[in-house]
Design a protein around this ligand. Structure first.
Ligand code: PLP
Length: 511
């Protein structure tokens, strides 16, 4: 593995502060006052100096991303040898701590570069990033108004705005640490509504069943295991060629369970599945939920942001009929992780199911804004400030343009795939993920080689029993030219790989 030696950048250097190095071999030094850890780390001067160094390091990281958009891949054991990660009795001088921070950053996978297609988030939006850094500085906790102050009002405003987009006139909501947690909270509320004694007296052992598409996110299986429903009782409803749940199959599954004495309680519609980016037909599922009296949750972790686009909003038609909705601005809205809101149609339900007495904490000074009574958490980081800052900056219109642009990029990628006979498009993309294979080549080997050569970071998954490459278009900074280059890299790498054998080809590459 090469050890890139990062050079100082004039732009990334704080005016009165010598430049830190990000070099792994630590050849250069960080300037400023000698970093004696016994100097009062609480002092304002110390904090200012530390923040100056942080700004310099951030500048260095931006330069590094330009120069080396894909980080080197290093096996964990080798990485552990290269980096001084061990914790011990003695503290270190500040210079050395910052040198280590730089070294860790240098070896960190770049999620904001132009060749990162690996996750459902990418890129960097400067304003929410700045707000996130300031959030750490303010270090509020969101459980009470007394501690959160304006941030409680900000969370309230963001939640109201998002709820309005979903179509909840009088909804409520809470920021959770990620979409998995939002989904868990939705499942708990749905379970408690269907089985009112469960929270107090425990689960009564009847087999309660939830319904999600075969392509739904794994967090529902995990949550079902955690809340005593049982993973086996999340029914996986088949999907069509686009990857959307088939409503008639859902109706049949519910009837079948009812005939066998189960207690269906929840339908999960996915708005933007993790791999194919497909949208379940929410309106049709809402009618089935009404027919059987079931809770309808929309997992819009990925696709919730489409509500902001006039053009693509129809994909979520019917969301206003759902009971709860999970929306992750940290995916397509460019907000730093994590930022996920659970929105609930009926006001009061979150408090009903997540409130506990704690006289030492909830003292009813402004209990409307004591969001700790609506959350699974006690101490809770502030995830609202950064999305609020981003929303102030871009407005609905800016985010609409962002979403539209991401879809344009995905369509462009799909067109590149269609126009090359070497490639096979897995399904027509409905949103921002585009899945494909290279004929006679193993998808996982292509992804591994692209990463190893530091050309791109892109992931693979299994669709219909075949291992495919999934491009996630999550950053509007990416251009058509970048996608052209990405496909050139794929072709080059594929040409170097051994073709699959006939049996491997039939079974789907390396599945
Ligand atoms: C459809 C869907 N739901 C939920 C999640 C989980 O979100 P998080 O990673 O924020 O827990 C994901 C993550 O990719 C997802 O794609």
């Amino acid at each position: 593995m090469s050890k890139p030696n990062v050079q100082p950048s004039p732009t990334g250097t704080a005016s009165n502060d010598p430049t830190p190095s990000m070099a792994v071999n630590g050849s250069a030094k960080i300037g400023g006052p000698a970093g004696n850890p016994l100097e009062s780390p609480q002092s304002e001067a110390f904090t200012r100096d530390t923040l100056h160094r942080t700004a310099s390091l951030a500048g260095m990281f931006l330069d590094l991303e330009q120069r080396e958009p894909v980080a080197p891949t290093v096996a964990p054991d080798d990485l552990a040898e290269q980096l001084d990660l061990g914790l011990g009795e003695a503290g270190l001088p500040l210079d050395r701590v910052f040198e280590l921070l730089g070294q860790v950053m240098e070896m960190t996978p770049r999620t904001s570069g132009r060749f990162f297609f690996n996750q459902l988030f990418a890129g960097r939006d400067a304003v929410p990033t700045a707000a996130e850094m300031l959030t750490a500085l303010m270090n509020s906790s969101m459980y009470t108004y007394r501690i959160a102050g304006p941030h409680a009002l900000i969370e309230d405003e963001v939640v109201r705005h998002m709820s309005g987009k979903v179509g909840y006139a009088e909804g409520e909501g809470i920021f959770c640490p990620g979409g998995s947690m939002s989904n868990l909270a939705a499942m708990i509320v749905a379970r408690n509504q269907a089985c009112p004694g469960a929270q107090q007296d425990g689960f009564d052992g009847r087999s309660m069943t939830a319904y999600a598409s075969a392509d739904a996110h794994y967090s529902f299986d995990k949550a079902a295991g955690m809340i005593g429903i049982g993973r086996a009782n999340v029914r996986k409803i088949p999907t069509d060629a686009r990857g959307a749940m088939m409503p008639e199959a859902l109706r049949q599954a519910i009837r079948n369970d009812l005939e066998h004495g189960a207690q269906p309680f929840m339908i999960i519609a996915t708005a933007g599945t993790t791999v194919l980016g497909a949208f379940d037909p929410i309106d049709a599922l809402a009618s089935i939920a009404e027919e059987f009296g079931l809770w309808l949750h929309v997992d819009g972790a990925l696709g919730g942001s489409f509500l902001l686009s006039q053009k693509h909003r129809p994909l979520l038609r019917g969301s206003e009929r759902s009971d709860s909705f999970n929306w992750n601005p940290h995916k397509l809205m460019g907000v730093p992780l994590s930022c996920s809101a659970l929105l609930v149609q009926r006001r009061g339900l979150l408090r009903r199911h997540f409130n506990e007495r704690a006289d030492y904490l909830f003292q009813a000074d402004e209990d409307r804004f004591d969001f700790g009574t609506m959350s699974m958490q006690c101490g809770r980081r502030n995830d609202a400030f950064k999305i609020w800052a981003g929303w102030k900056r871009h407005g609905d219109a800016g985010y609409a343009r962002r979403v539209d642009r991401l879809i344009e990029l995905a369509q462009y990628a799909a067109q590149c795939i269609r126009s090359d006979p070497q490639f096979v498009l897995t399904a027509e993309p409905e949103s921002v993920t585009v899945c494909f294979e290279v004929r006679d080549r193993a998808s996982d080997a292509i992804c591994d080689r692209l990463l190893h050569d530091q050309r791109s970071m892109v992931g693979h998954a299994v669709v219909g029993g075949r291992r495919i490459i999934r491009i996630a278009c999550a950053s509007p900074e990416v251009t058509e030219r970048d996608l052209d280059r990405f496909f050139e890299h794929v072709r080059a790498v594929a040409a170097e790989l051994v073709p699959l054998t006939t049996s491997e080809r039939k079974s789907g590459s390396a599945c």
